[in-house]
Structure formats: structure tokens, C-alpha cells
Design a binder for this molecule. Structure first.
Ligand code: B12
Ligand code: SF4
Length: 586
């Protein structure tokens, strides 16, 4: 039997910075779970010989955030194999322009290209008409894949191999079960490009809440679909065989994964009885501390850090975006519960809700610094992401939104704000980082962490990275990596490719000045930590955020937002700002 090869090249595109260079690093900080999912699906087809016994399916997977894509090399490999395709994986809205620029090059060489991810899924799920950039992709002959790949990839490969593809594959109405679904996995060589050798998996998909700025519920649904403990154990074991035991669990809200307890119990068993050195990074909501045993089990299962969507401390803003589940009067208790479990907290904070002004934002950040024991705070613009209810409403009402999808990275103002000009909103974003990460507050965060017994090296690393990414590199910490790379020739179309004589001296200066800024910041923060550690009274440090809610007499959250707190179950009963002391309802 003559054998042949079907070559699959998976690329997770990055996006462009303000100068038009692709944002990429020598090492990225966060792994791409979309890439791990697609690699797992392709590897399953390869093992099952889905294209026939005589066809070898060869897969390569690259995250453009940590790899410079060799477009010509990829074209050559697929052409040499005689069949195959390029998969543009997990493409978010901000990555769509870059993905199209890559697609153009492959399509010019007549290579089949399939594009999937949240942009196409979100647009097809929410908009009555095809968005113009998705039309452009179709015009280029790019195959659009909306919905989830589990259970659908083998037939797609058949169609590509037999040259009988459809322009659009739309599975949005048919969400696959996660129990016994294909496992996400990446080969070790791909994981080593992520600092700290973190890999990822999703233990479930779907979220029951209804935040209007969120795309997830409109693409992955509101019903919790989850993996079994056996599957999670298989993911851990397969990675451990490659020497990888650190995982970013990408569920948007692991606390609402209906199988969380069985999954954590299995991970605890693997850690405590089978000695797997598992470390977990989880994403949870602000009510997770109300779930009996959740925080304690997460910590025992190896959770060392959590991402929490705090979003805002103004109840009016939260209600306005249907984030009703966020109850500000519970934030401190929730954060203290994680501290008690020695887990570091990263909290997301969104700027630009309709009633936000520069003054109210500055006031709220000061309240947070004083009253909430958060370790790392990160800021985002409120953005009408394609796939969200907010975006749909703006489009339907004909409200202007920025046509450049490259800006939908939560670091740009993409539509008008009722109370702030674009410039003042952007200033607010830049100021927010500086206002939170003052040396004085960094010291406070360190002192709280020392008392709680949180890993100091990890904290120091995160404080340096999160305080500096936006200020020094001009990118959000979630897109940040180590040692920025800028390829002269990979500039956004429409921007000039600089002459080498101009480019390289500029690039050397650019890299050195950025390096010096990082070094200075790292040394300064290390000195602050040393100073904290040298304090003989460090163990008895206490401040307002570390005390029980209301213990110090006044609860400023309740005081400031008195008239805005909705009368829901558990809310503090009180009467507007003139009230004396808040009384907690039963
Ligand atoms: C983990 C995560 C991250 C991680 C890692 C990124 C990654 N892609 O893995 C980090 C922290 C780096 C990150 C950063 C950002 N993220 Co993010 N992230 C997620 C999250 C929570 C999970 C991603 C994931 O693994 N999903 C599971 C995979 C399996 O789903 P999937 O990507 O859609 O892929 C499936 C299908 O689309 C399809 N498919 C996808 N590609 C392909 C390709 C082919 C060929 C085929 C056949 C099928 C196919 O099959 C896949 C398997 O079922 C999602 C929310 C979510 N629930 O997905 C947000 C999400 C993708 N992020 C989002 C955003 C906005 C960002 C940021 C811009 C800002 C931010 N919030 O931090 C940055 C961008 C930086 C960057 N370089 O990616 C938005 C995107 C919305 C949009 N319209 O674009 C989402 C949807 C969350 C939200 N707020 O709504 N993110
Ligand atoms: S809690 Fe998070 S995942 Fe759930 S709807 Fe709100 S933003 Fe989306």
C-alpha cells in the first residue's frame, strides 16, 4: 500500500501592537488552551487513521505569541506533502486582522485555511448579518468554523482531503458533551515555550450567569458541561509523563462547574496519595467562598492562584451589566478566605461603566487598596466584544464602534462613553495602573502576603509583571511574555517596512531601554520585599483589609454605595448615605 501524508499546521495568531509589530515573545506567560484543544483533536484523528490506513496525519502547532511563524516554510511543507491545511486556531476578535493577514499569504499559495474561535463563533451567534471581516475571510476562500470542534474534526479533514469543503461549518446550535470528550494536550516542545512550563485544560464549559459584556454564554452556552474526574486524571497523567504538572484550568468560572468537587477530589488524591506535584491556576467568581469546601479543596488540589472577575465595586455598574451575582459587601470575606488558604488572588477590574468618571474611578481604586486584600489588580476597558449582548445592541442601534478589530483587546476605547471623552478614558486606564501599583501599596500587598504565607517569589514575579506590562511594554499583562520580539518584515499591512539601517539601531535602543526599565522595577520591588522580610514585627502586621468586615466600625463600601446597593438576599439593610452604621440582613 502506498503511503501519503496529510499535513496539519495549527497556528494560534497573535495581534499587532500600536506600531504594527506582531506581539510576540521569547517565552509567553500563559499557554493557549485553544491550541491544546485543537492539537488533541487532530492527534486523535491521526491515531484513529481517520483519513485511511495509508494516510499519515502529521501535526505541527504554534502559538504566535511565542513563535515567529515561518509562513513560507509552512506552505512548503503542505505543498510537499501534497495535501493538508492551515488551521487558524482560537482566533479572538483582536486577533482576526492578524489571522486574515496570515490567511492571505496561505491562500495566495492555494493552501486550504480554516479559521475558528471566538470571533467567528461570536459574530455568527449574535449578529443577524455576517460581519464584514468574516465576509472578507470567506471571499479569500477561508473556511469558517463556528462552534466547538469536539466530534467534528474527522469529517472536516475528510472534506479538505477530498476537496469538498463547505464555506461555513456552523455547529453553534449543537454544543458537544464534555464527558469523555477529546483531551486537550500539547507536546512538551510546545509547552516549553511558555514560562514556567504551564499547560492548560478546560474542566468544563458554559456559565450560568448573564453578564452583558460577556461572549462566553452566547458561544458556549449557560449550561455547565463538564469533564469527568477520569478524564481530568488522564490529562494530568499524560502531561506528567512529559514532566508537566502545572495547569491553567481555563473554565471561565470553575466554581460553577457542576462537577468541581469530584474533579478536585481526584486531583487531591493524585497529589496526596500518588505524589503528583500538581499546581493549579483557577478562574472563579466572587461568590465561590459561599460553596462549602470549595476554597479548601481547591487549595488541597494544588491551587496557588485564582483569577476573580471583580469587575467593579459600584453596584449600579454591576447591575447595569447584569453582573448581579457580584455582591460587593462580600468581596472582602471572599478574598480573606483565599488568603487563609495561602492562594494568591488576581482580580479583574473594568473601567468605563456608564456612570464611571475619572474621579469616581480614582476614588474606587483607593477604596480597593484600603479595604480589599487583593494581591494583583488588573484593569480592562469595558469593550463591546463581538459575541456579547453589549456589542449586538450597539450594532442593532447603529451606534458607531471602532471598525478595527485589532483594538478589541480590552486595552482600547472601542465605542463612545457617556461621561468621558476617548482621551480621558484612555488616560484613566493608564493612570489606574500607576495609582494601584505605587511603591507604598506594593509594600502593603507584600506585608499582607507575608502574614498569609503566600509564595513570595511568585508574588514578586507577578507584581513586577502586572505593574510593568502596560507601562513599560504597552501591552496588557495577559498578553505579556518575557523578552519582546519584533520582526522587521512582519509589520501590519499599510505600515512601512523600515529599512534595516533605520530598524536595527532603533530596535537595539528600544530593547535596551525597555530592559533597563524592567531591571529597575524588579530591583526596586525586591528591595521592598527584603525590607518587609527584615521587619521583626512582620508577623503581626494588620490593616483594614485584613480585619473582619465592619470590625473597624464603618464599612466604606456600604457607606459610599449606600443608595445603590440592591435590596437582594443577604444585602446590608441600610438607608442611604445619611445612615449611621450598616446592619447586615439575615
Ligand atoms: C484561557 C483564555 C485566555 C488565556 C489563553 C488564551 C487561549 N486562547 O487559550 C489568556 C489569559 C492568555 C487570554 C488572554 C486574552 N483573552 Co482570553 N480567554 C480565555 C478563555 C477563558 C478560554 C479559552 C479557551 O481555551 N477556550 C476553550 C477553547 C477550546 O475554545 P475555543 O478557543 O473557542 O476553541 C474551540 C472552537 O472555537 C473551535 N475552534 C477554535 N479554533 C479552531 C480552529 C479550527 C481549524 C477548527 C476546526 C476549530 C476551531 O474548536 C475549539 C475546540 O472546541 C476564553 C473564554 C472561553 N470560554 O473560551 C477567553 C476569551 C477567548 N478571551 C478573550 C479576550 C478578549 C482575551 C484578551 C484580549 C483580553 C483578556 N481578557 O485578557 C487576551 C488576548 C491575549 C491573547 N494573546 O490571547 C475573549 C475573546 C472574545 C472575542 N470576541 O474575541 C474570551 C472569549 C473571553 C471574553 N471576555 O469574552 N485568554
Ligand atoms: S461570570 Fe464570567 S463567564 Fe459568566 S457570564 Fe459573567 S463574565 Fe461571562
Amino acid at each position: 500500500m502506498s503511503r501519503r501524508t496529510f499535513k496539519v499546521i495549527l497556528i494560534k495568531p497573535s495581534h499587532y501592537d500600536a506600531d504594527g509589530y506582531v506581539i510576540q515573545w521569547w517565552r509567553s506567560r500563559v499557554p493557549s488552551n485553544s491550541l491544546a484543544s485543537m492539537y488533541g483533536l487532530m492527534a486523535e484523528c491521526a491515531a484513529a487513521k481517520s483519513l485511511g490506513e495509508d494516510v499519515e496525519i502529521e501535526i505541527e502547532a504554534y502559538d504566535e505569541c511565542n513563535t515567529i511563524i515561518n509562513v513560507k516554510g509552512a506552505i512548503h511543507k503542505i505543498a510537499e506533502a501534497g495535501s493538508g491545511f492551515v488551521g487558524l486556531v482560537g482566533v479572538q476578535s483582536n486577533q482576526f486582522p492578524r489571522a486574515l493577514d496570515l490567511a492571505r499569504q496561505f491562500r495566495a499559495a492555494d493552501i486550504p485555511v480554516v479559521i475558528g474561535g471566538f470571533h467567528v463563533s461570536g459574530c455568527l451567534s449574535m449578529l443577524p448579518e455576517m460581519q464584514s471581516d468574516v465576509k472578507t475571510a470567506l471571499d479569500l476562500g477561508v473556511i469558517v468554523f463556528a462552534g466547538e470542534g469536539e466530534g467534528r474534526v474527522a469529517s472536516l479533514l475528510h472534506d479538505i482531503d477530498s476537496k469538498q469543503t463547505k464555506p461555513i461549518y456552523n455547529y453553534l446550535a449543537d454544543l458537544p458533551e464534555m464527558a469523555a470528550a477529546t483531551l486537550p494536550i500539547l507536546p512538551r516542545w510546545a509547552v516549553t515555550r511558555v514560562a514556567g512550563h504551564y499547560t492548560s485544560f478546560d474542566a468544563g464549559r458554559g456559565c450560568p450567569f448573564q453578564c452583558s459584556f460577556c461572549t462566553i454564554i452566547n458561544v458556549q452556552g449557560r449550561k455547565s458541561r463538564y469533564r469527568t474526574p477520569d478524564d481530568v486524571e488522564a490529562i494530568v497523567r499524560a502531561n506528567a509523563q512529559q514532566g508537566i504538572t502545572r495547569f491553567f484550568v481555563t473554565d471561565d468560572n470553575f466554581a460553577r462547574n457542576k462537577n468541581w468537587e469530584a474533579i478536585l477530589d481526584r486531583l487531591i488524591e493524585l497529589r496526596e496519595q500518588h505524589r503528583f506535584n500538581i499546581k493549579l491556576l483557577l478562574q472563579v467568581d466572587t461568590l465561590c467562598h459561599r460553596i462549602p469546601g470549595f476554597i479548601e479543596k481547591a487549595a488541597r488540589a494544588g491551587c496557588t492562584a485564582v483569577f476573580i472577575g471583580l469587575e467593579n465595586i459600584n453596584p449600579e455598574s454591576l447591575m447595569g451589566t447584569k453582573k448581579r451575582q457580584n455582591k460587593i459587601w462580600e468581596y472582602r470575606e471572599m478574598l480573606q478566605a483565599w488568603k487563609k488558604a495561602k492562594v494568591m488572588t488576581y482580580a479583574g477590574y473594568i473601567l468605563g461603566f456608564p456612570t464611571d468618571t475619572p474621579q469616581s474611578i480614582a476614588r474606587d481604586i483607593e477604596i480597593i487598596k484600603k479595604e480589599l486584600p487583593i494581591d494583583i489588580l488588573e484593569f480592562f476597558f469595558l469593550t463591546p466584544l463581538p459575541g456579547s449582548e453589549d456589542h449586538k445592541k450597539l450594532v442593532m442601534r447603529g451606534v458607531p464602534t471602532d471598525p478595527d478589530m485589532n483594538k478589541y483587546d480590552l486595552e482600547h476605547a472601542c465605542t463612545a462613553h457617556p461621561l468621558m471623552s476617548k482621551e480621558s478614558w484612555e488616560r484613566v486606564y493608564a493612570d489606574a495602573w500607576a495609582q494601584y501599583y505605587t511603591d507604598e501599596h506594593v509594600e502593603k500587598v507584600m506585608r499582607r502576603a507575608v502574614v498569609a504565607g503566600i509564595n513570595r517569589t511568585k508574588l514578586l514575579d507577578s507584581l513586577v509583571a502586572f505593574s510593568g506590562a502596560a507601562v513599560i511594554e504597552g501591552v496588557h499583562p495577559l498578553q505579556f511574555g518575557y523578552v519582546r520580539r519584533k520582526v522587521r518584515t512582519q509589520r501590519r499591512p499599510g505600515m512601512p517596512i523600515l529599512n534595516p539601517i533605520l530598524f536595527y539601531p532603533w530596535r537595539i535602543y528600544d530593547a535596551l531601554s525597555v530592559g533597563v526599565k524592567w531591571l529597575r522595577r524588579a530591583l526596586r520591588y525586591r528591595a521592598i520585599l527584603k525590607h518587609v522580610e527584615a521587619d521583626p514585627n512582620k508577623a503581626s502586621y494588620i490593616d483594614e483589609a485584613m480585619q473582619p468586615v465592619g470590625a473597624e466600625g464603618v464599612d466604606h463600601f456600604v457607606e459610599v454605595f449606600a443608595d445603590k446597593i440592591p435590596k437582594t438576599h443577604g444585602a446590608p439593610v441600610r438607608h442611604a448615605a445619611e445612615a449611621e452604621e450598616p446592619v447586615m440582613a439575615k
